[in-house]
Ligand binder design. Structure first.
Ligand code: UDP
Length: 257
């Protein structure tokens, strides 16, 4: 297990060193969700520091392994969060157990909860226009004190500077980017330098769940580490992703990193 200051963008002097577990060259934080939010996210938001969060499951680890450009982007992340039962399983197999899986969706809700408490402002980029709108409506309902800095659907070129310009003008505390990977990471890393502050997080299909368009697995399935199976049954077109997750496990078992 390696102890490292994985924090590259913000001022690390005020923050505790963070324990990480490295799986296939990806340094995952090894904290419970509660610890992560309490000891890192909340102070960082209160200090108006900048941070970039990647939530990675086995399929994303494989993508990072295979794509040098993606690797370079993820290297800029302040925190890489273990989102996926497979990552936790792999860490146990490697005898460097990660404390718990932190699902990107759950982390997003915890951040919104804190934003609600402190009346922070959030920008929501990504998903189809109707889904984006519905997700933001849901945020307004569930978290009435969150200030909506703005929103934009996700069907634009990540190289187009216009969306970034709009986001910058709104000076948000938090920017959720739901473009799927690696596009959300491309957008964040292309623009991060231009922002003086802000928590930037890639949230994949989370707006679809927030808007009620896609259902998350029932709690029982999540507790049994079977969320991936539920997703596969509901969205069978995702079968290729499961193959990648299987390849990940095979590489871990046979030490073919
Ligand atoms: N999406 C988008 N722009 C695109 C492609 C996708 O905004 O050009 C959105 C899509 O509508 C969905 C999310 O990105 O809301 C990706 O969801 P997915 O479940 O594929 O995310 P992942 O599994 O990659 O985290």
């Amino acid at each position: 297990m390696s102890i490292s200051t994985q924090i590259k963008i913000p001022d690390t002097s005020k923050r505790k060193k963070i324990e990480t577990v490295t799986i296939m060259d990806v340094d995952f934080i090894n904290l419970s969700q509660k610890e992560f939010v309490r000891d890192h996210i909340q102070p960082l938001l209160m200090n108006q520091e900048k941070c970039y969060i990647v939530t990675a499951n086995p399929e994303i680890v494989m993508k990072i392994r295979e794509d040098r450009g993606y690797q370079e982007m993820v290297k800029q992340a302040t925190y890489i969060v273990p989102d996926g039962a497979g990552v936790v399983l792999a860490s146990k197999y490697m005898k460097q157990p990660i404390k718990e899986r932190i699902a990107g969706f759950d982390l997003m809700l915890d951040i919104l909860e804190f934003a609600n408490r402190e009346a922070l402002s959030c920008y929501f980029i990504g998903a189809e226009e109707q889904v984006n709108k519905k997700a933001v409506e849901e945020v307004k309902k569930r978290y009435p004190n969150v200030r909506i800095a703005g929103r934009h659907h996700g069907y634009f070129s990540v190289k187009d500077p216009e969306v970034a310009e709009r986001v910058k003008l709104s000076e948000p505390d938090i920017v959720f980017v739901a473009l799927g990977s690696p596009n959300q990471d491309k957008w964040i890393t292309n623009n991060l330098d231009q922002f003086p502050k802000g928590l930037f997080m890639g949230v994949g299909g989370s707006f679809d769940v927030l808007a009620g368009e896609v259902k998350r697995a029932p709690d029982k399935w999540i507790k049994l580490n079977l969320e991936w199976l539920y997703r596969l049954l509901k969205q069978p077109f995702r079968w290729k992703r499961i193959l990648k997750a299987m390849e990940f496990m095979i590489r871990i078992i046979f030490k073919r990193n």
